[in-house]
Write a protein that binds this ligand. Structure first.
Ligand code: PGA
Length: 259
């Protein structure tokens, strides 16, 4: 299970350091759970110089390599700053900052070429869901960014299903809605690659995931953790979600050993 926090454009630098210290001084992570924090980009180099209890994530990366690209930062630069994971294709970037499918696919390539892990976001709008095209929409996003990837890099791919209508709205997909989309994504991975890869790629749920609904979401067979926005800004709440992932993992282990 992976619980990843996306802070978006929130927290001062001092607040970020306090949060990192608070999270690191909490009890060790539950078995089978990884924790990631993606702070604002200006904090990455400073945070990346200390080994924390969590993986360090970036919220964005350039689609280009080095050169005359004012304001951009490359995947290699992130790697050099101690970043482990990079979020690519978040709907806020797709909708507000021109990250169309081609740009997203290029960013995925750059992250993987730099040896980092990508957290690839996909998800449908409310209108897509109401028009019953949500599966097509999500699987088309998968196709444009993930289909061309060779099997050797797939162990550094994480998929985050984030229904746009649930992000920051307080609305959450029901466990059944999350599970059916995650199962569709897993099925797509099986077709595009194979059973082993489909089973190994973590598929996170994102969209108003919080301590009160994390247990139910994480108990779904194909939900392997969460990408958390608002609830990742509070270290205690975030840790509660991490603990929920620990309970889900323990339940899976028990079910597997009983089978
Ligand atoms: P939210 O954001 O948890 O605030 O809905 C999720 C995300 O955008 O990753």
């Amino acid at each position: 299970m992976l619980v990843a926090g996306n802070w978006k454009s929130n927290k001062s630098f001092n607040e970020a350091k306090e949060f990192a210290n608070a999270l690191t001084s909490m009890p060790p992570l539950p078995d089978g759970v990884e924790m990631m924090i993606a702070p604002p980009a200006p904090y990455l180099a400073a945070l990346g110089s200390t080994p924390w209890a969590f993986r360090l994530g970036a919220q964005n990366v350039s689609a280009t390599g080095p050169g005359a690209h004012t304001g951009e930062f490359t995947a290699d630069m992130l790697q050099g700053c101690g970043v482990h994971d990079v979020i690519v294709g978040h709907s806020e970037r797709r909708e507000g900052y021109g990250d169309g499918d081609e740009v997203v696919a290029e960013k995925v390539n750059r992250v993987l070429e730099a040896g980092l892990r990508v957290v690839f976001c996909c998800g449908e709008s409310l209108q897509d869901r109401q028009s019953d095209v949500h599966f097509d929409k999500v699987l088309r996003q998968m196709e444009s960014a993930i289909l061309h990837l060779p099997a050797e890099v797939m162990d550094r791919v994480v998929v985050a299903y984030e229904p746009i209508w649930a992000i920051g709205t307080g609305l959450t997909a029901t466990a059944a809605q999350a599970q059916e989309m995650h199962a569709a994504i897993r099925g797509w991975l099986r077709e595009a690659h194979d059973e082993d890869i489909a089973g190994a790629v973590p598929i996170l749920y994102g969209g108003s995931c919080k301590p009160s609904n994390a247990d139910e979401l994480f108990a779904c067979q194909d939900v392997d953790g969460g990408l958390i926005g608002g609830a990742s800004l509070d270290s205690v709440m975030f840790r509660e979600i991490v603990d929920a992932a620990g309970r889900a993992h323990a339940a899976q282990v028990e079910a597997t050993s009983a089978a």
